[in-house]
Design a protein around this ligand. Structure first.
Ligand code: PSU
Ligand code: MN
Length: 330
């Protein structure tokens, strides 16, 4: 069977295998944020702290990466170090998975790559920082992250702090709507903007209560509506950056990228690195704070989701807690 064949590529870490056997909920984590999203050694330190937070909450972290021709679900300390230190780690989205696996190379998975592997491993909740999306100027460049197509078809919840304003957030939300991907928000009505709390765009449904989030997700999948759910939660107030500052620096980084002819999968890592350099590391502190906050939201959701019964009985919900922003203005 195809599914069994796919499973033969998976290697579970000892702690993930033990959690699975004990029925403890798993939370997937991506590795591109480690290899391409943050500098060493903060990347490794953050990855470990995020894992510890998830464990503290009673779930088990499963950081996903490709090593030696295997899809690793859960990484040892040495494997984390390998991903965070080596400059030779490839960025793996859906397109790149077979190339890196077949060649036995080292690959750090993006949101799309991680969703695919999480779904294979039976992990329902995945925590990241920010998702990829429709780039500004995509009307010309066609640069639309494969993360969005993956959300359209792979049934995993992605917990994020919104998307960076290096992207066209309005078009990103339009694209998700076209493909039937629900965008949930908690703590506020609007979709978050990574370094800042407010993107200026409404999320589709505001669900502050984790039980409501879990029922929403279970209902979607009960109905056979395959595909992901995006859950946005804003960076904690104290760690957010001033919007004017981040907007000016984003504009500068975008201008530099186009002047240097950066294209394809190099665009996002270039912009992330430039913004980090231009803020003198302050954006890194924001980035770390938001990932940790996302980890708490994701772990809580994974624990709750594990207890929501299937079928209409388990999915009854309080309609008053829904903010259906059909009147969203863009
Ligand atoms: N956005 C961030 N931080 C990140 C990424 C995006 O704020 O680390 C990474 C994620 O792994 C995401 C990927 O899936 O970049 C998107 O890359 P692209 O735009 O090439 O699809
Ligand atoms: Mn791209």
């Amino acid at each position: 069977m195809v599914a069994d064949l796919a499973h033969s590529w998976l290697t579970f870490s000892t702690s993930v295998a033990a959690a699975k056997a004990a029925g403890r909920p798993l939370v997937a984590l991506e590795s591109s944020i480690i290899a391409h999203g943050m500098p060493y050694p903060e990347n490794i330190r953050t990855a470990r702290e995020v894992e510890d937070l998830i464990r503290l909450m009673g779930a088990e972290p499963a950081t996903i990466a490709l090593i030696g021709g295997r899809i690793h679900i859960g990484l040892s300390d040495d494997e984390l170090e390998l991903l965070g230190r080596s400059g030779q780690v490839q960025k793996v989205s859906r397109r790149d998975l077979p190339a890196v696996l077949a060649a036995g190379g080292i690959g750090a998975t993006t949101v799309a790559g991680t969703m695919i592997c999480a779904a294979l491993a039976g992990v329902e909740v995945f925590v990241t920082g920010g998702i990829g999306g429709v780039h500004r100027g995509a009307q010309e460049t066609f640069d639309i992250s494969a993360d969005l197509q993956e959300l359209a078809k792979t049934s995993v919840v992605v917990v994020c702090a919104g998307a960076k304003s290096i992207l066209d957030i309005g078009l990103t939300l339009e694209y998700l709507e076209t493909h039937g991907v629900p965008v949930l928000s908690c703590e506020q009505d609007n979709f978050a903007a990574f370094y800042t709390r407010d993107s200026g765009f409404r999320a589709d449904f505001r669900l502050d209560d984790v039980a409501d989030q879990a029922r929403f997700i279970r209902t979607k999948w009960d109905l056979g509506l395959e595909g992901g759910v995006l859950l946005s939660t804003p960076v904690p107030e104290a760690a957010a950056m001033p919007p004017e500052e981040i907007n000016a620096l984003t504009q500068q980084a975008l201008t530099e990228a186009s002047a240097q002819g950066i294209t394809g999968k190099a665009v996002t890592p270039f912009l992330l690195a430039r913004i980090q350099a231009l803020t003198g590391g302050r954006s890194l502190a924001t980035n770390i704070a938001l990932v940790k906050h996302n980890a708490e939201v994701g772990a809580r959701l994974a624990l709750t989701l594990a207890h929501v019964e299937r079928g209409p009985g388990g999915t009854r919900t309080n309609r008053n807690s829904w903010t259906d922003s059909a009147s969203r203005v863009r």
